[in-house]
Write a protein that binds this ligand. Sequence first.
Ligand SMILES: [Ca+2]
Length: 115
Amino acid sequence: MPSYFTLNSNNGRINVRASLTAEIRDSYQGRIVAYDGGSPPRSATAIATINILRNLNSPVFSPSNYEETILETMQVGTSILRVTASDADRSVSTVHSNENHNVIYFLNFFLMKRL
Ligand SMILES: [Ca+2]
């Protein structure tokens, strides 16, 4: 497995080393060891878990079709329908908001022929 991360031994920062798109794993875990400068040196270990936010899923409407009949005299601004779509990608990150999970709606009406 290629190493996707590198650790700066001076300041402890972990950086991305290689593109993360080559795999679909959503979590990586590594052991980190810190040594002091004593003789003999003393050390401590920690586990770093890095979760990857991937966009593996498309939003899904539920239901997938909507229909509503309204009066032509309906007041401007009246709410007539609410559509709902959800996305199964991971929703939580402590660093970034996850656009892979957030759903934004767009409306593009077209005219239907009368039967
Ligand atoms: Ca998604």
